[in-house]
Design a protein around this ligand. Sequence first.
Ligand SMILES: Nc1ncnc2c1ncn2[C@@H]1O[C@H](COP(=O)(O)OP(=O)(O)OP(=O)(O)O)[C@@H](O)[C@H]1O
Length: 352
Amino acid sequence: MRDLAEPLAAAPAVALAGLRKRFAAGGAVALDDVSLQVGAGEIFGIVGRSGAGKSTLIRCVNLLERPDEGQITVLGQDLLALDESGLRQARRGIGMVFQHFNLHHRRTVAENVAFPLEIAGLPRADRARRVAELLPLVGLEAKRDAYPAQLSGGQKQRVGIARALASGPRLLLCDEATSALDPETTAEILALIRDLRDRLALTVLLITHEMGVVRSICDRVAVMEAGRVVEAGRVIDVFTMPHTLVTRRFVAEAVGDAVPRAALARLPAPAAGLQRRVLRVLFRGPHATRPIIGEVASRHGIALNILAGRIDAIGGEPFGVMVLSADATAATLEEAIAWMRGLGLTVEELAA
Ligand SMILES: Nc1ncnc2c1ncn2[C@@H]1O[C@H](COP(=O)(O)OP(=O)(O)OP(=O)(O)O)[C@@H](O)[C@H]1O
């Protein structure tokens, strides 16, 4: 598997080793030997379908869930070795943001944000001072006395984020933090999380079932299936060279896997004896600007048409998706596909 052993740029903020968890004897295995490391300052995504084990995994990172086996080191501390008071202390270094915000409906924004500080026994004046620092960070100064019912979903999540930051954590866990939000609000909340990571030097570990979330803010990603990490690496690598079927499906969802039927219908039929295939090509870096299409056409004598294309960037690196129709003999098509794969491009055939 790709790079779980790749050295981190920074000391790990989270190191998980050999985590196993089964909820009931004979029941499904929620975590099956999961090991991963999250570098300090990284935004690390865990993506997987429902039931893959993401929630169980993230809940192990603050011991809301205890694994049956394995080691959990967070910010240098072995969490499983701590007693109750040590764990309470360690948890102050770990904030958590939830999908459904989990706000107290009878408390104002300021009271919700202050809640963990109240539990921790901080005096009222100190709580007020801290809330006054936190609300501007999430852009909610004007809403300090509002109740959750008076807020939009995005504003509620801002309250959830401010509350998660109340104790000054260095690690932020986000459990499907944008899954209840519309796309525009999702983009705003993701931008806020990235901004907070930069300004507060946070490490962020998030779980999501949307590869779009991973693409927009994560530095690295791990893909989970049936309790295991099946693939992990830098987001650009995982997007452009997905190794497993489950990852390919996630990438396809994020980049779009629909065949552009209208564009296809406008093409004349392939010449006699030739096949037509629809290919999706993912490319990056130097390839993004290299005239691959022209090269494939001239080297292999294939009639190529671009049906759709988009160039984007992931972590500042150009990343593109192209959907091509290719007319040639079966043997020529295989050769051309092999040649493009040899260049490091990901080429997949879509059902025409
Ligand atoms: N408290 C629990 N009791 C029994 N089984 C559980 C419990 N929590 C999770 N599971 C099981 O563990 C497996 C992993 O679930 P988990 O919630 O971690 O997955 P997930 O990837 O987060 O899915 P989702 O996105 O639906 O929350 C599933 O088979 C689930 O049914």
